[in-house]
Design a binder for this molecule. Structure first.
Ligand code: ATP
Ligand code: MG
Length: 209
């Protein structure tokens, strides 16, 4: 045990990384409020906002905006924000998106880090339907953020190392924002200004602004 630190010498702190996956179609202020508040409350070094390549639980029901455009909107949203990073990890991997693959990849890149998987309460309620849940449970602490209109079912967090973080309740969803954009109503203050510019530049959501 020659490489063990002598008594009194503190171990280097393990990096604390938040993993916040989403379709982000488009990213909105509730996503960002969740990310910065979890980072603050749990003292995370950084939060990766990982853009799903092909969200298998969604792509059957409606057309999802191409992944590169969704990543570009998240990049615009977090530019200059300390501790928030847009991640194209799942897009680079390609194919159908399983969080377990992303966690495994982050674990191999950061063997010593503490990993925190951040989900809204609506998503936390559906964890049982995810692929390879056992693997996830072994690798991460689950962080559930409160979301208006969602009450967690009893037992939803059983088997997880879990924390709940209460955040300001913002009744915003990407579904509503797409609907708004499609009918020409403003996205201002619901979506960061830089992201709105990106939406305009990329001519997304059939909106003429
Ligand atoms: P959609 O309506 O397309 O499902 P969304 O607004 O739910 O979009 P997602 O990309 O599905 O956004 O969500 C990414 C993550 O952000 C999920 O864990 C989700 O629970 C969380 N989240 C989204 N909106 C909110 C909100 N208003 N408050 C708290 N958490 C949220
Ligand atoms: Mg959603």
């Amino acid at each position: 045990l020659t490489d063990t630190a002598p008594p009194g010498v503190p171990e280097p702190a393990r990096e604390r990384i938040g993993i916040f996956g989403g379709t982000f179609d488009p990213v909105h202020v509730a996503h960002l409020v969740a990310a910065v508040n979890v980072r603050h409350e749990l003292g995370l070094d950084r939060v990766l906002m990982i853009v799903a390549n092909d969200p298998w639980q969604k792509s059957g029901s409606h057309a999802v905006t191409p992944p590169a455009a969704r990543l570009s909107m998240v990049e615009a949203a977090v530019e200059g924000v300390a501790g928030l990073e847009a991640s194209g990890l799942e897009i680079e991997r390609g194919g159908v998106t399983y969080t377990a693959d992303s966690v495994a990849e982050l674990r191999s890149r950061h063997p010593d880090a503490e990993l925190f998987l951040i989900v809204g309460a609506d998503v936390a309620d559906e964890l049982a339907s995810w692929q390879r849940v056992e693997e996830l449970r072994a690798e991460v602490t689950l962080v559930v953020v409160t979301r208006p209109g969602t009450v967690l079912s009893a037992g939803a967090l059983d088997g997880w190392r879990a924390r709940t973080v209460v955040i300001p309740q913002l009744e915003i969803s990407s579904t509503d924002l797409r609907e708004r954009a499609g009918t020409g109503r403003p996205l201002d203050y619901l979506v960061p200004a830089a992201t709105i510019r990106r939406i305009r530049d990329l001519a997304l959501y059939a909106v003429d602004r």
